[in-house]
Design a protein around this ligand. Sequence first.
Ligand code: PFF
Length: 458
Amino acid sequence: MSTKTEFASKIGLIAATVGSAIGLGNVWRFPAETQSNGGAAFLLLYILCVLALGIPVMLAEFSLGRGGRSDAIGAFCNLSPGKKWWIIGAVAVLASYLILCYYMVVAGWTLEYLVQSLTGNLYAGTGCAVADDPAAMRGFFDGKMQEYVCSDFAPLAFTFLMIIINGAVLMGGVQKGIERLSNVLMPLLFLILVGMCILTLNLPDAGEGVKYFLSPDFSKITPRVIINALGQAFFSLSLGMGILITYSSYYPADTKLTRTSVIVAFLSLLVAILMGLIIFPAVKSFGLDKESLEGSTLVFVTLPEVFASLPLARLWSSLFFLLLLVAALTSTVSIAEVSIAMLQDRLKMKRWKAVLIILCPLFVVSAACSLSFGSLSNLTIANLTIFGFLDGLTTNVLLPITSLAVCLYMGWFAPKGLLADELSNYGTVRSRVTGTVLFIIRYIAPVLIALIFIFNFI
Ligand code: PFF
């Protein structure tokens, strides 16, 4: 009898997969990309990329993971024994680990901002002195960001705390750790999102922000915008990171892969859209729409400026950073699971040992990433800080390579019929999409992913 770990329930496996997909990519990267790529036109392209390419590539990863019934490396070994295809899995594991190293730092910031919102420290001093002076207000929160992100001690302490929280969840295992956490946190995330949406849509001039976000200006579409939308779609669905291969190896044999991928993609899109409906009305209402919505400035400077001008600033701010923390935590556990599963499956290691071996080095590497905003800011690799280097290497190089390789493998080299068998649960359910998915992962996705890769260097 197989002793392979499985998710305990259908809801649980969806919550866990959605939890992985919904991360800082939807919450802060998406609004920033939308702002710099022409508003609603970008939104439309992003939706198109998720539906036309994201879902097929997700299905390729699901089929690979459930068909291979192992970690990201083992899936290739099981499906194509004696061949070198496992190297794709190894690159995915490497990429996921490097992402984990710096993403843990960002997750630490979200925890820090939550704590500072709850205690009121973030807003202490924003009284009459600066409230009526936008420039002073901005300077105030810029200063806070220096203190909370760019200093040495506080961000490091919160990064360590996040590593420990991740450790506690991951020690619980797939069902009692990841699945249980996701079952609680995903509904909470949607509840907070809807609550915040109601708040921002009722602000004065909110309609202007909604208009900017939802009425497309097609003249803004350029090849660069299309490539950015594609990159955003892949990142926000967690493609190429080995996560979906690992998680789908925990899917029971009767899980309907197509339906799962559509639900995950839909919920990930929904979060991005709700985030847009929170951010654009909020910044428009306070005349901050010309300010940069670049990821970290948006969430750590611009939005606190908005909250500071509202009654109950601490409450809204705490809810928002809780939302961010939930998004970050369910993503970090999913990406750590890629390496943990690899150690468990490849080396037959006990789970607790694998968790320790994966998380302990983060106390050094994530610490270096955190300090790269402080006293290690002069330490550079290829002219980038340690954090910037890991981010660039993974997003611009490793992720496109693994996504491309997975498409080529599943499209051309995997055992014949694997995709069709997995999508139809070995003939027990009807799958009308196999032909289309195969066509996309054979011909269209590889070309477009190669273009993202090339464009990143132009
Ligand atoms: N889809 C995730 C996001 O949008 O943030 C991608 C991700 C990144 C997952 C980093 C996990 C992670 F650690």
